[in-house]
Design a protein around this ligand. Sequence first.
Ligand code: PLP
Length: 404
Amino acid sequence: MAKVNRNYLKLPGSYLFSDIGKKVRAYEEAHPEAKVIRLGIGDVTQPLCPAVIEALHKATDEMSSKDTFKGYAPDLGYEFLRNVIAEKDFKENGCDISADEIFVSDGAKCDCGNIQEIFSEDNTIAVCDPVYPVYVDSNVMAGRCGDYDDVRGLFSKVIYMPCDASNNFVPEFPEKVPDLIYLCFPNNPTGAVITKDRLQEWVDYANKNHSVILYDAAYEAYISEENVPHSIYECEGARECAIEFRSFSKTAGFTGLRLGFTVIPKDLKVEGVSLWNLWARRHGTKYNGAPYIVQRAGEAVYSEEGRTQVKQQIAYYMENAKLILEGLKAAGYEVHGGVNAPYIWLRTPQGMTSWEFFDYLLTKANVVGTPGVGFGPHGENYFRLTAFGDRDNTIEALSRIKAM
Ligand SMILES: Cc1ncc(COP(=O)(O)O)c(C=O)c1O
């Protein structure tokens, strides 16, 4: 008799964004005249930049000729892409990462979700609270998180590290030492960043305790301030304790195209076993690579024109972020993030719960955001708005919010 993976049954409710989608659809059906503005889901709205489009066309043409056609990609990804990543993302920033430590994939979500497979089932995980849900859910599916407490909204075996205004949304070291530590900076959902010194302390902590840091740098391209690390490998000793995830989704608008990569230094060993070897084995067995055409598009992001064009896109979103941040501040809201990240994390007014504020914003301003509690209990009384909308909609949304 077949049996299901019962760990899946421990996952609470449906996915946050499907709950939001249902509520918004119901509202739109009841109010067909309303022009609803979505500043909820973290998807980009700007088209791919010309350098990327040109590379896509060129690579597509190559696929039409026997001489230049490409089949399966190499396991780790094409060298032309890994070389340019190693050079521009790491070496130019003083990080000692080589091309053969980069595993190209179709995005950071899969990698963040799959990485737990190479660790023991009885490892403990620590996550920030609030948190990007993939880290916890993927470990729940693997049976690493214990049971879910409906009332507290927590799993019994997960170490939660509260992040709120009192610690600038950067976690303290937990009482119990975790085996695996998920960190994400710039952070989704809070928009917070970590200083280089503080990240160095986390690296030292992990090395001292033989823990591994799983560092999600999907929003690295949005960093605008000094002394904010773009990569964990800027810290001394990170090669011995950290894996880093990167994505082209928010950097270059690849959410629909799909491209990302994971960095595993060859020095990173757990119980004497190379994590690079384990991930390479997994990659070879379960993954057949991002498309050639898309990897060529990724390469174009690093060309001179690509870099300039992508920077303009990011500047566009960050101008939205500034408008939201300043607009909400002027309207009396307590706001965080939005300076080194495309997310604005605001405190709900008058002690409203996150979902109360969601309903209030939807019905009074026809604006959709994301309830903070959807990212964890410490997200209660907070709310996330994204800067990924288009400019006119962002301005319109703000004027409606101010008028509420
Ligand atoms: C923190 C974080 N990591 C990873 C991802 C997923 O990125 P990708 O589109 O590359 O799968 C997201 C997407 O929203 C994210 O917010």
